[in-house]
Write a protein that binds this ligand. Structure first.
Ligand SMILES: [Zn+2]
Length: 210
């Protein structure tokens, strides 16, 4: 069974205050006598479910087209953490065997509506991000708009993950997804040197051999 963790992209998709909203505009329409339907799209690359590249928080760093596909198509563990705001190290220390995998964190964010931006979302403390990186987590996914709080002025969790080469996925939806181990398919658009890209993110349970 495949779980689709991707938020829908439409003109109703919420974006960070100040970011370019999603607009999808028909440029050719059969109902107007055109040969086919064609649309153009304008949006921040951080709208909806997306993958951040190191270029997002470091000039000259690799773009989203250079991310390691073996990590984006590797294994990932889904864990539920029912924490209102900051996820700290003490909330994570019960997790073991994280090295070499992805970790997808299921918070109350998955219950958020597809057209609402709530600045009171769950995020990681810099220490938690540093701890996860130190455990060898190759990819971190969260079901909120950012791994840092909405009022962050230094993106400290982003930078901690960057130091450990941990790929970041934001705005997942893990509603109704059981905790467990999965095969991951997280494929951002191949936009050259870009700081992020929207991605379709799917997971499939890894059946344990009996
Ligand atoms: Zn982002």
């Amino acid at each position: 069974m495949l779980y689709d963790l991707t938020r829908p992209l439409s003109s109703r998709t919420p974006v960070y205050p100040g970011d370019t909203p999603v607009s999808i505009t028909p440029t050719s329409q059969m109902c107007d006598g055109d040969l086919c339907n064609v649309s153009s799209i304008a949006m921040t690359v951080h709208a909806g479910t997306h993958i951040d590249a190191p270029r997002h928080y470091a000039d000259g760093a690799p773009g989203v087209d250079a991310l390691d596909l073996s990590v984006l198509t590797g294994t990932a563990q889904v864990v539920t953490l029912d924490i209102a705001l900051a996820i700290d190290v003490t909330d994570l220390v019960h997790l073991t065997n994280l090295s070499g995998k992805g970790l997808l964190v299921h918070t109350r964010g998955s219950e958020a509506l597809n057209d609402v931006f709530d600045p009171g979302y769950t995020f990681f403390t810099p220490a938690a991000a540093e701890w996860l990186g130190g455990q060898g987590v190759r990819l971190i996914g969260i079901d909120t708009p950012s791994v840092d709080p909405a009022d962050s002025t230094d993106l400290a969790a982003h930078h901690a993950f960057l130091r450990h080469d941990t790929i970041i996925i934001e705005n997942l939806c893990l509603r109704a997804v059981p905790d467990g181990h999965y095969r991951l398919l997280a494929l951002p658009l191949k936009i050259v040197d870009c700081d992020a890209a929207p991605a379709r993110v799917l997971i499939e349970p890894i059946l344990s051999k009996s």
